[in-house]
Write a protein that binds this ligand. Structure first.
Ligand code: ADP
Ligand code: MG
Length: 570
């Protein structure tokens, strides 16, 4: 790209690398706005209980069926940098609070769309961004001060309502009640009260304590809560016991095998007796490893590495139950749950390193055999075994259970709730519109647009439920302003009318709503601020879609030089 000098016929000065393209001002803004709107459009129809699911087929032909905004956007391969920023919104909301991913993308899309109307009227994007920023801060204040309802973090009924609402929009909606009982039980039992300095107790939930396992087969309502840890591995040897009560557990991170040397050595054997001696020696070494385990008092061995056939044989003779090739993440969980120390050198194993559990048992789960470690020393170790008719169903059920766990955690840690179904957004929108009168000049226009954008949530919910948009909007505004300070009236998508959703128990965590507003405003502002897009030329092979984890991806690795920053957004 060349930056020419207008005067005379001087040689153009090359500023940017050859092949670099630059789009500026109107074009750059237009392109970004369009790309962001396209992404929002894509997930819009999935919002809410009447939202549709998406079927995504990846390049290997694997099918995912989902309603989850973050999952949809994760699976599709978005190329445009502004579109990638929208994908980031969903991801960040998913990481922070676990739910509200679709809403955040829809809201960001609406903010950008409304801003476009102002840009068309020659309002400068900086003014719009400032107005949005102020409106968003005000909205967050109002949300916490006026609209949110303080809740009791141990109120099981309310937590159940929260979990059910988060699953209402998913494939598992019919079984939401049962699943929510499991989720609430699980989350409450891992919740820990921390004493704060200022006398106020704080509750923390470490959701890593809840292991979610899934297995296709049976049906969703066969989903179980297990007080312990599930290993998707079987007992290594048929002659070993399949059930051990009062288990003393050794966790090994070393193989129960004779290690092959790194060097290639050659052993010449010219007499059969020598061969026998050689094998005997190997067996003796394996036997001594097993003896070590036996003398430590362990009756269960859970090993991250392999276990030799002969060692298996000796272990089974000693009535020890053993499992091999356990995932590292599971080993950490087992260590936490049973109190066992992970041993890397078998010679160090002693009775103090062992962990304990009431029961270790191999059970049949469909066609597989899995090992269940139950009644662990640490009662905080829990697993949820998600079941469902087919692989796609369990996959989506697992995602929904994850969302529910996160929303329940959100409310326990930050005990405020709000009414869902767009009731909160309508109330906020009205308050922001009133308040915008206090702003001067063009920022006021931006704040009004912010209020309009908030309305898009209930309106999209209504649209997806096949309701009339204009009627809904009029009714929502009328009912909401007559309902006093608290937000109650929203879109009852199941009945297809505007109704009091507080009485229908549609509650959501305040934390999720706050995160949606923050992330959507940030993303919209960031996209609106861009007036210049400079892209490095794509190197060869850039045509192929970037493979996840393939390093530089499609944006031309080293060649991309200083502009290669796109990879950060993947
Ligand atoms: P997200 O990814 O943003 O969580 P969802 O598809 O889960 O998207 O939809 C969430 C929206 O659906 C929220 O605004 C929530 O209040 C609303 N919602 C959930 N259940 C109901 C219901 N029974 N009636 C009306 N709205 C509901
Ligand atoms: Mg949701």
């Amino acid at each position: 790209m060349s930056a020419g000098n207008n005067q005379g016929q001087q040689v153009p000065i090359l500023v940017l690398k050859e092949g670099t393209t630059e789009t500026r001002d109107k074009d750059a803004k237009r392109n970004n706005i369009t790309a962001a709107k396209v992404v929002a459009e894509l997930v819009r129809t999935s919002l809410g209980p009447r939202g549709m699911d998406k079927m995504l087929v990846d390049s290997l032909g694997d099918v995912t069926i989902t309603n989850d905004g973050a999952t949809i956007l994760k699976e599709i391969d978005v190329q445009h940098p502004a579109a990638k920023m929208m994908v980031e919104v969903a991801k960040s909301v998913d990481n922070e609070v676990g739910d509200g991913t679709t809403s955040s993308v829809v809201l960001a899309g609406a903010l950008i769309e409304k801003a476009e109307e102002l840009i068309d009227k020659n309002v400068h994007p900086t003014v719009i961004v400032d107005g949005y920023q102020k409106a968003s801060e005000k909205a967050l204040d109002m949300l916490k001060e006026d609209i949110a309802i303080k809740s009791n973090p141990e109120d099981k009924t309310l937590l159940n309502k929260i979990a059910v609402t988060s699953m209402a929009s998913k494939l598992v909606a019919n079984d939401a009640q049962e699943l929510s009982n499991i989720v609430v039980d699980a989350v409450l039992s891992v919740a820990e009260k921390l004493k704060e300095d200022r006398g106020e107790d704080k509750i923390k939930v470490d959701i890593d304590n809840i292991k979610v396992e899934k297995k296709a087969g049976a049906s969703i309502h066969d989903t179980q809560l297990i007080h312990g840890i599930i290993l998707d591995k079987e007992v290594v040897h048929a002659a070993m016991p399949k059930r051990i009560d009062n288990a003393k557990i050794a966790l090994l991170n070393c193989p129960l095998e004779i290690e092959k040397t790194e060097m290639s050595a050659e052993i010449r054997i010219n007499q059969p007796q020598q061969m026998q001696k050689f094998l005997d020696e190997e067996n003796r070494m394996l036997k001594s490893m097993v003896d070590k385990i036996k003398s430590s008092g362990a009756n269960v061995v859970l090993c991250q590495k392999g276990i030799d056939d002969m060692a298996q044989h000796y272990l089974s003779k000693e009535e020890i139950l053993a499992v091999r090739r356990i995932k590292e993440s599971d080993m950490t969980k087992l260590s936490k749950a049973t109190g066992a120390r992970i041993i890397t050198n078998i010679d160090e194993l002693s009775s103090t390193d062992l962990g304990s559990a009431e029961l270790v048992e191999e059970r049949k789960v469909e066609t597989d055999k899995w090992v269940f470690v139950e009644g662990c020393k640490n009662p905080n170790a829990l697993s949820i075994l998600v079941r469902g008719g087919s692989q796609r169903i369990v996959d989506e059920a697992e995602r929904s259970v994850h969302d529910a766990i996160m929303t329940v955690k959100d409310v326990i840690e930050y005990p405020y709730v709000i009414v869902g179904g767009g009731a909160t957004e309508i109330a906020m929108s009205q308050k922001i519109r009133e308040w915008s009168g206090s702003l001067s000049g063009r920022e006021q226009l931006a704040a009004e647009k912010f209020a309009d954008a908030l309305e898009s949530i209930p309106l999209v919910l209504a649209e997806n439920a096949g309701m009339d948009i204009i009627d809904t909007q009029v009714q929502l505004r009328a009912k909401s302003s007559s309902s006093g300070r608290k937000a109650r009236y929203g879109v009852d998508v199941l009945e297809g009318k505007v109704a009091d959703l507080a009485s229908k128990s549609i509650y959501e965590p305040l934390l999720v709503k706050e995160q949606i507003i923050k992330s959507a405003t940030e993303a919209a502002s960031m996209i609106l601020r861009i007036d210049n897009v400079i892209s490095a030329s794509k190197s060869k092979g850039a045509g192929a879609p970037p493979q996840p984890g393939a390093g530089a991806g499609g944006y031309g690795g080293g060649g991309a030089g200083g502009y290669g920053g796109y990879e950060d957004m993947e």
